[in-house]
Every structure is written in C-alpha cells, then in structure tokens.
Design a protein around this ligand. Structure first.
Ligand SMILES: *[C@@H]1O[C@H](CO)[C@@H](O)[C@H](O)[C@H]1NC(C)=O
Ligand SMILES: *[C@@H]1O[C@H](CO)[C@@H](O)[C@H](O)[C@H]1NC(C)=O
Ligand SMILES: *[C@@H]1O[C@H](CO)[C@@H](O)[C@H](O)[C@H]1NC(C)=O
Ligand SMILES: *[C@@H]1O[C@H](CO)[C@@H](O)[C@H](O)[C@H]1NC(C)=O
Ligand SMILES: *[C@@H]1O[C@H](CO)[C@@H](O)[C@H](O)[C@H]1NC(C)=O
Ligand SMILES: *[C@@H]1O[C@H](CO)[C@@H](O)[C@H](O)[C@H]1NC(C)=O
Length: 439
C-alpha cells in the first residue's frame, strides 16, 4: 500500500464503500414478467356473491367494479396457496391459481422432514389426509401410526408425518384435497371425504413443494409477488410415541433459523417476506436474530378460543407490541361480534379495539374456508361463531369483509379463494401492508 495513504483517508474510503455497498438481496424478483402482460382472472364467484347481496351502497359500489381492471394486490393473501377451496392445499397448482386470482402474497406452511428438509405442508402430521402416502406400501409402513380400517366400533385411522420420511420420499407423493373417509375399510376408500362444497375434481396428483421450490416459484411468477411462509411446530413430547418428532439434536430454534436462511440463501429481499408463526418463541427469535424479517413478522394468535382464554388473549396484546411485535393475526371470529336488535349487526370486538389501541396492525384468516354462509349458524362454523346470529346468505361474504376493512381496519386477508378478496380489494383500492411501515 503506498505510504502516502494516511489512516483517516483509509477510514474515509472504507466508510464510502460501506455506504455504497449493495444489499445482500435482490431488490426485485429474479425473473420478473411485467404484470401488464399477465391477465388476472377472477372467475364467477365474486359476481355470484355480489349478486346475492341485498340492496345497499356497498352492493352498488361492488357492482360498479364488475369490469375491473383487476390487478395483483398484497391485501389478498393466498391461504395454503390461494385456491384451497378447490385445489389441493400447498401444491404448485394451488399457488398458480392463487397467482391467477391476483393474490400478491402466497403462503407456504413449512414442515420438516426426517433429513431436515423444509417442505410446504400445513401440519407436520397431515400426510395421511393431504397426500396419497397410504397408497404407497413402502412409505405407508413408515407412518407414525399405520392405517387401521374402520370396524363396527372404531373409525378408520392413520397418522403420517413429514418427519417420518425423507425429502426425496416426500417429493414422490401426490397432493390431494384434505379429507378422509372415517368409515373406510381400505386405504383406497380412506382417500376421499373432503366436504361436498369443496371438490375432488383436481385430485389428479397435485405437485408437492419444498420451501426452496416454493421460493423459486413465487419469485418467478408474473408481477411482483411476495412470500408468507409459516413455521410449524414439532412434537410436543419427545418421549411419546413419535409424531412430528424432530431429527436428533435438531431443535425448534434450528428449524426457525433454517426457515429464514432459506430466503437469505436465495437472496430474497426481507421486505418481500412476511414470516409467520403461532409459536411466540419463533417470533421473538426472528425479532432478535433476523430483525429485517422479525420487524414484519406475523404473530398468529389462536389463544382465545374460549370465553376465558379470549379475555387473556385481549389482555396480552399491549405487551406483544412492547416486545417488538408489529402485526397480530387472529382468526376473524376474534375480531367481530354480533350486536344490535336480535344480534343482527356485526361490530368490532374487544380484541379488535384492544389490538388497534396497542398499535398493532391486524391481518386475519381465513376467508372462504367455511362453505355456504347459509349453514354457518347450524354447523357452529368456527370463523363465524362469534356473530353467527347475523349471518344468513352468501351475499354477506362482502358485508363481513367490508366491516373487517372499514370498522376493524385489517391490513390483509388470507383466503382459500383469493379471487373473492382480490375483487373487493381492487374495488376499494386496497394495496395491503407496506413493508416500509415496519422499518
Ligand atoms: C341470496 O341467496 C339466498 C339463498 O341462499 C336467497 O334466499 C336470497 O333470496 C338471495 N338474496 C338475493 C338478494 O339474491
Ligand atoms: C375395532 O378396531 C379397534 C381399533 O382398531 C380395535 O381396538 C377393536 O378390537 C376392533 N374391534 C373389532 C370387533 O374388531
Ligand atoms: C413408493 O415410494 C418410494 C419412495 O419415494 C418410491 O421409490 C416408489 O416408487 C413408490 N412406489 C410406488 C408404487 O409408487
Ligand atoms: C367410505 O368407505 C366405505 C367403506 O370402505 C365405503 O363403503 C364408502 O363408499 C366410502 N365413502 C366414500 C365417500 O368414499
Ligand atoms: C447429539 O448431541 C449429543 C451431545 O451433544 C451427542 O453426544 C450426540 O452424538 C448427538 N447425536 C447425534 C445423532 O448427532
Ligand atoms: C345475542 O348474543 C349474545 C351472545 O351470544 C347472547 O347472549 C344474547 O342472548 C343474544 N341476544 C339475542 C336477542 O339473541
């Protein structure tokens, strides 16, 4: 080095280099196809819902939007893909349909395999109902609990976990609609049993995904799409009969780190990634160790399902904000309650009011997971349980969404049929959460 370089000059040079250093991630999707060259297609369902609404200013407004234009919006999050109402969850085909429906953010639930692979599956132990694993004798033999046929006194049963098999074995499976036939006396009959308002029309060997292949897929989709991976949790009790049991010496913390590292390895901009978990320890690990991901982490909350635990969940909200959580995501039955004469009006709940007062942004789930709204009261359907007296017909899908948007102030909605949410979001110009708000 020439002796004429003085110390301070070197420092200045280093500082200049630091300031000019490029971010470690790509700032744009790698293979972006312009959104204007890609047709967002919503199908008949949004129009069916609007048509069933009773006359109101909301109906008029939604009718005025029937010819679009419709564009991709981050308000619309594809739940387990974006077309889970009809297409096998977590599959490539489901994500492609969610993308076509204009979902700006697509979900992969991240489960773990025996060789520490990360794969898109909603639960570590749902392979017996969401894939054809039982039809493969070699893989069926590896299931935590093998298939037992139904008899006069017991339902058919099985329990097959991603941790029972390797990633290569996982990739040989077909994704199918989640369901099982409790009366089945053979594995062939056990495959069926999705609710009648879903369909098995696309049970033609859905393509299963790893977390890596999901990242590549979402990154390559036309338009600018974002990611919402959800970290699942493994076993419960390592001494119990194995289910969802982690490989030796591999912990939930390792899993939480590998999950984020998958995005870092692929140089995905953290602002495109909305990491989620129901497990508070995962969220706090990300806030501490991966702050660029942690600051926009989505804290999933299902801790308030009974009247007592609901009160506790509401009381906890301010402390979450204090600990660095910015986004809370409860199911939408936590956010609404029935009021007024005969409980016929739908209003924000104490949870919704407390979350907003605590400075938390709200994302919620999952729209279009419940079947016809004519039946939610009779069946005690979870997502409508806190205001079921007020729900009678399918036209109310948009009334419920409108109350969540205008009175609760949700930033985004997960949906099993993203077209429904995309239509509403476009009509009202909703763009979804902005990553910049969390920096
Ligand atoms: C909506 O559908 C229900 C049947 O589910 C029907 O009874 C009602 O008349 C419809 N409302 C409108 C406005 O079309
Ligand atoms: C029915 O199945 C259950 C559970 O597999 C088993 O414990 C029981 O013995 C069976 N009953 C008969 C009559 O086979
Ligand atoms: C069962 O799965 C194994 C492992 O993935 C695979 O090698 C084999 O071909 C499969 N068998 C059948 C009949 O599909
Ligand atoms: C359920 O299984 C039973 C017994 O195997 C069979 O008779 C019935 O047809 C099956 N139902 C469906 C919907 O597959
Ligand atoms: C797990 O860790 C323990 C203690 O660090 C070590 O003795 C053991 O060999 C490890 N087991 C495996 C399978 O890596
Ligand atoms: C309204 O709902 C609340 C809570 O479920 C219930 O206690 C009350 O009886 C309902 N009121 C009417 C008039 O149905």
């Amino acid at each position: 080095m020439p002796s004429s370089f003085s110390g301070p000059a070197i420092v200045a040079l280093l500082v200049a280099q630091t300031v000019q250093a490029l971010p470690w991630y790509h700032t744009k999707p790698s293979h972006q196809v312009p959104a204007q060259d890609y047709y967002i297609s919503l199908g008949p369902r949004p129009f069916y819902i609007v048509n069933n609404m009773t006359e109101s200013p909301l109906k008029k407004k939604l009718q005025s939007c029937e010819n679009g234009p419709f564009k991709i919006t981050d308000f619309s999050i594809g739940h387990r893909g974006g077309a889970t109402l009809q297409i096998p969850e977590e599959s490539v085909e489901n994500a492609m349909a969610g993308a076509r429906f204009g979902a700006g953010v697509l979900e992969c639930d991240v489960s773990l395999t025996a060789d520490k692979g990360l794969v898109c599956r909603h639960s570590l132990c749902d392979l017996h109902t969401t894939t054809n694993i039982l039809l493969n004798e070699t893989l069926a033999a590896k299931c935590s609990i093998p298939f037992t046929p139904a008899n006069a006194t017991s339902d058919a049963s099985a329990l097959c976990c991603t941790t029972d098999i390797t990633t290569a074995e996982y990739l040989s499976l077909c994704a199918k609609m989640d369901g099982f036939n409790a009366s089945a006396t053979s594995v062939a009959d056990y495959q069926h049993g999705a609710p009648t308002w879903r369909t098995e029309l696309y049970d033609t060997c859905g393509t299963v995904q790893t977390l890596d292949s999901y990242i590549d897929l979402v990154d390559s989709l036309p338009g600018y799409r974002n990611f919402t991976p959800e970290l699942k949790s493994g076993s419960y009790d390592p001494t119990a009969a194995s289910y969802g049991t982690f490989p030796a010496n591999y912990t939930q913390e390792d899993y939480a780190r590998d999950f984020v590292q998958a995005f870092i390895h692929k140089k995905i901009d953290p602002q495109r990634v909305w990491v989620q978990s129901f497990n508070p320890a995962d969220i706090f690990l990300w806030i501490k160790e991966f702050p660029a991901f942690g600051r926009q982490a989505v804290y999933l909350d299902e801790s308030g399902d009974t009247p007592e635990t609901y009160v506790a969940a509401v009381a906890l909200l301010p402390s979450l904000k204090t600990k660095g959580v910015n986004i809370i995501a409860p199911p939408f039955n936590y956010l609404l309650t029935a009021g007024g004469p005969q409980n016929q009006s739908i209003v924000p709940s104490s949870y919704a009011i407390a979350a907003t007062a605590a400075g938390l942004d709200i994302i919620t789930w999952s729209f279009e997971r419940s079947g016809p709204l004519t039946e939610v009261k009779a069946t005690g359907e979870y997502y409508y349980s806190s205001f079921a007296d007020a729900v009678h017909t399918d036209g109310q899908f948009y009334e419920v969404l409108d109350i969540l948007v205008k009175d609760v102030g949700i930033k985004a909605m997960f949906s099993d049929w993203s077209a429904t949410v995309t239509y509403y979001a476009n009509c009202f110009g909703l763009e979804g959460p902005k990553s910049e708000d969390y920096i």
